[in-house]
Design a binder for this molecule. Structure first.
Ligand code: ZN
Ligand code: ZN
Length: 248
């Protein structure tokens, strides 16, 4: 009886193979895709919303979409980076995936998350000008606590996917900064002042267009501080790519 049951089970599996679910929401889907049509549609809807043409922050539903639109922050003062884009909003399944990846040690999510970043880079023409990839560094203390730098894991995969050099340890974060969210702009800037130090010879970045990679774009103050450091050392354009944009 046992044998008949096992055979039957094997036959059912053969006739109706079960695919692993969507890696973002766990939903049912076909074999060839990394994420399900519902997650794909959700990200596509977000991409269609009006965004700031420089930092990629969503501009609110009342805003008419014009390619020249700027958010109030970029309008007040242009950021030191040239362009920032994110795969999706810092909400729902994406926020959950980032949380698992960053705080719960789920490093196996790196290939999927990096694949979504590669797709975005390939769709966004200016990002194709990138000549090398640079992950946003963690302070030594934070990296020791977490055991890994989530941005570096993603950058490794993205560099491989785009066949671009990865600038590892080019930049170090040598002082720990308090969480920047909720602080006034000037205070954030002051906290991050001189937090990043260029370790590699300046030739590694001189006149090169660089792609700076991080997990979440919140206020943009971290990537701005890094972009300032890199530009002061003679870097070319600085593009920023993140998984999520936490702007409202
Ligand atoms: Zn899904
Ligand atoms: Zn902006």
């Amino acid at each position: 009886m046992m044998l008949v049951y096992s055979l039957l089970e094997a036959l059912v599996k053969l006739l109706f193979p079960t695919h692993p679910g969507c890696q973002l929401c766990g939903g049912v889907m076909g074999d060839s895709e990394a994420i399900c049509p519902s997650c794909r549609g959700w990200l596509a809807d977000w991409a269609k919303r009006p965004h700031c043409r420089v930092c990629g922050r969503p501009l609110g539903s009342g805003h008419r979409h014009r390619p020249s639109s700027l958010c109030p922050a970029c309008h007040r003062q242009p950021p030191p980076f040239d362009l920032a884009r994110a795969v999706g909003p810092y909400e729902g399944v994406l926020r959950q995936a980032i949380h698992l990846f960053k705080f719960k040690g789920r490093k196996s999510l790196a290939p999927l998350l990096a694949c979504l970043m590669v797709e975005l880079i390939q769709q966004q023409l200016p990002l194709k000008q990138c000549e090398a990839i640079l992950p946003v560094p963690l302070s030594r203390q934070r990296q020791w606590e977490r055991g890994y730098n989530q941005a570096e894991l993603l950058a490794e995969e993205v560099a491989r996917g785009l066949k671009l050099p990865l600038l590892r340890e080019t930049l170090i974060k040598y002082k720990e900064t308090p969480p920047q969210t909720g602080l006034p702009r000037e205070e954030r800037k002051q906290n991050l002042k001189d937090a990043f130090l260029l370790k590699a010879p300046a030739a590694a970045i001189f006149r090169r267009n660089l792609l700076l990679l991080d997990d979440v774009f919140t206020t943009g103050s971290t990537v701005s501080a890094i972009a300032e450091t890199l530009k002061a050392a003679g870097a070319g354009k600085i593009f920023v790519i993140t998984l999520a944009n936490a702007g409202k």
